[in-house]
Design a protein around this ligand. Structure first.
Ligand SMILES: Cc1ncc(COP(=O)(O)O)c(C=O)c1O
Length: 378
């Protein structure tokens, strides 16, 4: 693990990007999805005993909107806001979130095409959102994305284009297609000049932190340690920003990356976003070789540490959690793998104050297999 020497207190500059207010603002948009409801926060008592910490709670996102991961919180929020802006321009009137599924707005959404690149879950989110509002989705996936996602994307009404050797290559194809066809690029990563849409995606994710913190406040009080897995860093940055706004600076936040794509660890080491060359990894949804700019900037200020786990550690954590009644994929259990690895190392435990009184929050970001639910109805 690498402690973050650049860590500073949560400040107005962070709150402007991600904070509690964004969860409240995003809720009416995300609530338009007919399957929107809070996911469970599971106490993992036997794992807490085994790791000699006070408590572990896992926010289990596998059932989110019947789509298998937390990602629709971001996709639905961002797509809804884009449709709202288009409709308001076309109608010459402000459009409320509650009007987004009206026939007047639907007839405008009908002419819009949203395009994204995805390792699977973000594509499902954008496809579900487009379907919800009557728009079209085109999803670019790289050669590495499992075929099962193609079938699931089809069920959400998306057109799927398989192109590019890795996530970054499929992103370049999606961006080129957006430019060429006048489609709207909905990327979950950000770069100079492209930050508004990815920020809306991250602000949608804050709803899961809002739910988790509400449930913890009712049950056990704020966490002392939070471990979150990283692809481009959007989820971790949303978590760090929201939870620092809510709980302050007193808890320890660790971002966890796969050994095959340690883009955040490397970027934090050199102090700016860099692209890494990583070995092949089975953790496909975390296999992002370059961090999101906005996510990097937030995490560089707000995370206490960055760590790397192996594919085998993530798979073992998934098995362990599945046995204890929290079924997860290896990607979904990667944050837990970070906790398990760190808890077994006495000097690292001391370095981050992980002791028998620690109360840990984890995000189980993905169910183990594709859910069999049908796409949302009216
Ligand atoms: C299951 C799962 N977990 C974690 C992540 C990481 O999120 P981010 O790319 O925002 O870091 C993703 C990203 O797609 C994911 O699909």
């Amino acid at each position: 693990m690498q402690l973050n020497p650049a860590r500073v207190s949560y400040a107005a500059v962070d709150r402007a990007l991600i904070g509690r207010g964004h969860a409240a603002a995003a809720r009416p948009y995300v609530a338009l999805h007919p399957r929107h409801e809070a996911t469970p926060l599971l106490p993992l008592a036997s794992l807490a005993r085994e790791l000699d910490v006070g408590a572990i709670h896992l926010k289990a996102e596998g059932g989110r909107m019947g789509l298998g991961s937390f990602k629709p919180l971001g996709g639905v929020h961002a797509v809804a806001r884009l449709i709202q802006a288009h409709a308001a321009r076309r109608l010459g009137l402000p459009v409320l979130p509650t009007e987004l599924r009206s026939s007047a707005v639907r007839s405008i959404a009908d002419g819009l095409t949203f395009v994204c690149a995805s390792a699977g879950n973000h594509g499902l989110a954008v496809a579900a959102a487009a379907q919800l509002f009557g728009a079209t989705a085109v999803v670019f996936i790289s050669e590495t994305v499992p075929e099962s996602f193609v079938e699931r994307l089809g069920r959400q009404g998306a057109r799927v284009v398989r192109m590019g050797a890795d996530y970054e290559a499929s992103m370049a194809e999606a961006a080129a297609a957006a430019d060429h066809n006048g489609w709207i690029l909905v990327a979950d990563s950000s770069w100079p000049g492209y930050t508004d849409i990815p920020l809306d995606i991250m602000r949608g994710y804050t709803l899961l932190l809002d739910e988790a913190a509400d449930a913890l406040d009712r049950m056990a009080g704020p966490a002392s340690h939070v471990f979150v897995q990283v692809g481009v860093g959007g989820l971790a940055a949303a978590a760090a920003g929201y939870l620092r706004d809510r709980w302050g600076d007193g808890f320890t936040f660790i971002a966890v990356e796969p050994a095959g794509a340690p883009c955040l660890v490397e970027s934090a080491r050199v102090g700016h976003p860099v692209r890494v060359v990583g070995a092949p990894t089975t953790l496909g949804r975390l296999d992002c070789k370059e961090p999101s700019l906005v996510a990097f900037e937030l995490l560089a200020r707000l995370a206490d540490g960055f760590m790397i786990i192996s594919d085998a550690q993530a798979a073992a954590a998934a098995r362990r959690l599945t046995e204890t009644g929290a079924p997860l994929s290896a990607c979904g259990a990667a944050g837990a793998a970070g906790l398990i690895a760190l808890a077994g190392d006495a000097s690292l435990r001391r370095a981050i104050g992980l002791d028998a009184g620690a109360r840990v929050l984890l995000i189980g970001s993905e169910a183990p297999a594709a859910p069999t639910l049908e796409p949302p109805g009216e």
